[in-house]
Design a protein around this ligand. Structure first.
Ligand code: ZN
Length: 468
């Protein structure tokens, strides 16, 4: 009798070469200290790290796997510093299409209250597939609600399966409506439970080592959904273990008004008061960070996840990225959750960052190369990493390649690097993460997309109907 075949997650085409030679890239952007842009160039990779970056003629002639990238632009893998991947189950929800932040959240909380562990895992896979195909190789995710047995472990399992470098942020909400917070009381957790679970996750999963594929961050959701005590105790816990801290801050005018009314201080002053400044902290949005706040962030090297599409979608305003960078604030890019930026594409986000700064602050407010730098090196710095974001010997083997022979790039032969940002957002032809091919010839190599999207859509419909 033939035994029934056991189920294994499919991984067609995924390979684990000991050495990899990448050659003949039309242009290769290093983002190294010299910001070199090499023509007819490539990389040599041993296991999961880069050992050489050079013109093709200076690289070894062969390797276990050879990628011939003639006609492609190669850049470091893009880094996404802010997301809520579960929200890809609630895109374009009619009741939340035309609201600002607080109204948008209130419409969606009652749907999210029905999330299940499978929904977390499947939506994380879908969100990561979208990110990977758009050039992102490292992503953070901020999961802050845990109804019906959901756990951050569900997201972590998805990242391992699809092959994405992952900073999993253990979010939380503890102040419900009856205590003056925004979320419904049924969606908040007890603070002792939050801290215990966060500690469990750090001890179980956090990898502090170089080339780590998984790190855990401590991430109360926002000043309007957790207490001052939880902010302080979360910071103490994070610093005991040396892990990063993440939350939302100064997202829009109502957020600032809440801070002034409830705490008697600006969001930046509140962050300082509860110990949430420093090189181990990054805050999402900071659209309404004032001049004193920018100065405080710069002096303490506190990072910002800039989310231009979400800020435009929710009419939150234009974050002063030009001023932040001029002052020395580390800035990375975030696509934000898929319910407030219903397209989570990293190249599109970099393009939008450039366009929005120009709307707010003039044509020289951001160049294409600066947008690409924020999307790579900027994100790496915000996540506290010096092993990703650039292509250089000793860096992690994370890069992406874009095929320049597409209609969207036609006529941009003078400057393919600027074209990546100025032209219509592109999908990657190749993505290599930790030395492994995750996207090959435009197709995801680790997970089959069609059954994933079918399951995702079925779960999205179930989630929507459960709220009625
Ligand atoms: Zn967010």
């Amino acid at each position: 009798m033939t035994p029934e075949p056991s189920y294994r997650p499919s991984s067609p085409g995924r390979s684990c070469p000991k050495t990899m030679l990448v050659r003949h890239a039309e242009v290769l952007v290093t983002m190294d200290g010299a910001r070199r842009e090499l023509r007819d160039a490539g990389l040599f990779i041993e296991d999961n790290r880069i050992t050489a970056v050079a013109p093709t003629s200076e690289l070894p002639p062969t390797a276990d796997e050879v990628l011939d990238l003639r006609g492609h632009l190669v850049v470091p893998g893009l880094v996404n510093t802010h997301h809520h991947m579960y929200q890809s189950l609630t895109r374009a929800v009619p009741a939340a299409q035309n609201a600002e932040l607080f109204g948008w959240l209130t419409s969606l909380y009652r749907i999210w209250a029905n999330l299940t562990p499978e929904m977390i895992e499947i939506s994380t896979l879908t969100a990561m597939a979208e990110l990977l195909l758009s050039g992102c190789t490292t992503s953070s995710d901020h999961l802050y609600l845990y109804p019906n047995g959901c756990r951050l472990d569900d997201s972590i399992a998805a990242a391992a399966r699809i092959g994405m470098r992952f900073h999993a942020s253990r979010g939380s909400m503890s102040v419900g409506a009856k205590d003056g917070g925004l979320p419904p009381d049924g969606l908040v957790e007890r603070e002792a439970d939050i801290l215990a679970d966060t500690q469990r996750l750090i001890e179980t999963y956090h990898d502090a080592g170089r080339y780590a594929m998984l790190r855990v961050a401590v991430a109360p959701c926002s000043p309007f959904s957790v207490s001052r005590d939880l902010m302080r105790e979360s910071a103490a816990l994070a610093r005991t273990y040396g892990v990063s801290m993440h939350t939302h801050l100064a997202e829009n005018a109502a957020d600032v008004a809440y801070s002034r009314e409830r705490f008697g201080m600006t969001p930046a002053e509140y962050a300082q008061d509860v110990g949430w400044l420093g090189p181990d902290v990054w805050h999402a949005h900071c659209v309404q960070l004032d001049a004193a706040g920018i100065d405080l962030f710069a002096r303490t090297r506190t990072g910002v996840a800039h989310c231009p599409c979400s800020n435009m979608r929710l009419a939150s305003g234009i974050a002063p990225v030009r001023s932040m960078r001029a002052a020395g604030v580390p800035v990375g890019l975030g696509v934000d959750g898929s319910a407030s930026n219903d397209g989570a594409q990293m190249v599109a986000e970099a393009r939008q960052a450039l366009l929005l700064q120009r709307v707010g602050f003039g044509p020289d407010a951001m160049s294409a190369r600066e947008a690409l730098e924020i999307a790579t090196l900027g994100g790496a710095a915000v996540l506290g990493r010096d092993d990703i974001g650039a292509l250089a010997p000793g860096m992690a083997a994370d890069f992406v390649a874009f095929d320049l022979h597409q209609p969207r790039f036609a006529g941009a032969w003078h400057d393919p690097v600027a074209a990546l940002i100025f032209c219509a957002p592109s999908q990657v032809a190749y993505s290599v993460i930790d030395g492994k091919v995750v996207v090959r010839e435009g197709h995801l190599a680790t997970v089959e997309l069609e059954p994933l999207i079918n399951r995702h859509n079925a779960l999205a419909q179930r989630l929507a109907s459960a709220a009625h």
